[in-house]
Ligand binder design. Sequence first.
Ligand SMILES: Cc1ncc(COP(=O)(O)O)c(C=O)c1O
Length: 306
Amino acid sequence: MTSQYAYIRGTFVPLEDATINIRTHAFLYGTAVFEGIKAYWLPEENRMAAFRLKEHYQRLIQSCRIIGLQHPLDVDAMIDITKELLHRNHCNSATYLRPIIYKSDLRIGPILKVPHTHDDFCLFSVPMDGYLDTSNGIKVGVSSWRRLDDNAIPARAKVNGAYVNTALAKTDGYASGFDDVVVLTNEGHVAEGSAMNLFLVRDGKLITSSITDNILEGITRSSVIELAAKELGLESVSRTIDRTELYIADEAFFVGTATELAPITSFDHRPVGDGAIGEITKKLRDLYSKAVHGLLPDYHHWLTKV
Ligand SMILES: Cc1ncc(COP(=O)(O)O)c(C=O)c1O
């Protein structure tokens, strides 16, 4: 592999030099926000394109606003740095990008806003083809860990420290033999997957958790809602979902940047529908894959080409 670069403290550096001091506030307290972005090779144009880059950086700034971090760069500047990184790293296949805005002061004390302190933007890339093997669908369990509440660590912000909650749920799910998990809100309603949003199909209708049920407002979720409406004429209902609706759904799938669209074939050992990947799920998976690879001209505005 050619030498790899990352961006930190206002400049591109070799990846091995992109390090932080152990006294860094974000390392001590998890006080950072991040995004997971994917870029794909466009087979018809022989170049890379990042998927919905602007929306990811807008959400990163929203996360900063929620937890009170200063964002050192605006959306356009972060887009330019991302394009430059993909170029410098000679990326020519599916690539995962991880931008982070973190409290970079070397300071003890978990207060977020202190005068004369500074928050930094950093970014690295890694090749990523598949996050989960989803070819035959995945087996999902309901986690005994509850999703963090909006009044604890808001799920609407992608806060680094909050992913301990994700890790607990996912680790115990694996240990129980599941491929991934659904987490419930404190009230017992369905929030989302470990790091993905959920869709159910019931009676030909798409249902997804309400944005007020402690979910991340996913960019793949909104892309799938749009593709389903425009390409398949299917409306999506966003509402509170009960746990037992999982057990009677005709089809189900997770969506997320890394996960893409992952068909779910069972919840808590109960088959979803007839236990095979559903027809609507297959169609949406195909449409999403075409959109990210630049094969649907109507959605080229979702791509930032490099
Ligand atoms: C907790 C959580 N929910 C949902 C998602 C899916 O969001 P997106 O489609 O914007 O990647 C992610 C991944 O970023 C996540 O971490």
